[in-house]
Design a protein around this ligand. Structure first.
Ligand SMILES: [Zn+2]
Length: 287
């Protein structure tokens, strides 16, 4: 899980660039008439994101062919993104790339912290919140797995809102809540779990659990860790043979410290911490 700086792009400008490239004059005019509605929706979104109230924005459950806003159908609003922002050769493609690349300069997905950024994820899905289809604050760079594999569940309470990489910096970075333990199997495996600080409010505690569950991070982190454990085997054998078990422990501890300074709640931080305190693992469980 990583934080990224919220977009500076003006929602009105992004919407205008998308709409102005539409050849069909009637559709373009109907969409242009919604400019103020889109600005109001964007402003409301930002204010609610900052106060952790995005769950209070009412979903639009109309059918694709039904009017969603003004004289525009849900499908037409969604297409502003799908065809006129993502579409190659479209002027708004630049805004798409800017959000994709400059918001996540490391190239890593902020939702999981390890996947390669591949697309923009609608934090509030465009199929249910079509008015937010091209609102920059709702578009978060994401890896393919987080974008397509996350739960389709839509939060209707404060507790069930997953973390927002643009707006939840405090929860994500201030204190550790992602941990792991070594499972003494052959080969060793790592089990990840969430344990929020006890002095946190109940909503924040619930939200980190929701995020971990919605993005299926327990399994995905374990798979990443399995690969890393395979790579560590040879290095740790050499440490133990040359310098003893304590050197293995120290090496793993230093790794954990290096990772925690970079990303407090990364799977690597949790994994190296767990490995460094496991006497079983350091004494040969790594083989
Ligand atoms: Zn991801």
């Amino acid at each position: 899980m990583r934080v990224i700086v919220a977009p500076l792009e003006d929602p009105k400008e992004v919407y205008q660039v998308c709409v102005h490239s539409i050849a069909n004059e009637c559709l373009r005019n109907r969409l242009t008439a919604l400019e103020n509605d889109i600005c109001v929706a964007a402003s409301d979104y930002k204010q609610k994101a900052k106060t952790k109230k995005l769950y209070t924005i009412p979903p639009n459950n109309c059918e694709n062919e039904e009017i969603a806003l003004g004289q525009v159908t849900k499908k037409e609003l969604i297409n502003v993104y799908s065809s006129h922002m993502v579409g190659k050769e479209k002027p708004a493609r630049k805004a798409y790339y800017d959000l994709l690349l400059s918001r996540a300069p490391s190239g890593k997905c902020p939702f999981c912290g390890f996947g390669q950024v591949w697309t923009l994820d609608h934090y509030l899905p465009k199929t249910t919140y079509p008015q937010l289809s091209v609102v920059p604050s709702n578009l978060v760079p994401s890896c393919r797995d987080c974008n397509t594999g996350k739960s389709t569940f839509i939060a209707t309470t404060e507790n069930t809102q997953s973390l927002h990489p643009y707006f939840d910096h405090q929860i994500i970075t201030n204190e550790q809540w992602l941990f792991a333990k070594v499972i003494e199997t052959s080969p060793a495996t790592i089990q990840f779990y969430v344990k929020a600080p006890i002095d946190w409010d109940e909503i924040s505690k619930a939200r980190v659990h929701s995020h971990f569950k919605d993005f299926k991070l327990e399994l995905r982190y374990s798979l990443e860790a399995s690969d890393q454990l395979g790579c560590l085997r040879d290095t740790l054998s050499q440490y133990r043979d040359l310098l003893g078990t304590m050197a293995v422990k120290q090496h793993l501890f230093i790794e954990s410290q290096t990772h925690i300074r970079k990303h407090m709640n990364s799977w690597q931080t949790a994994m190296f911490q767990a490995l460094s305190v496991s006497d079983w693992y350091c004494d040969g469980g790594f083989q």
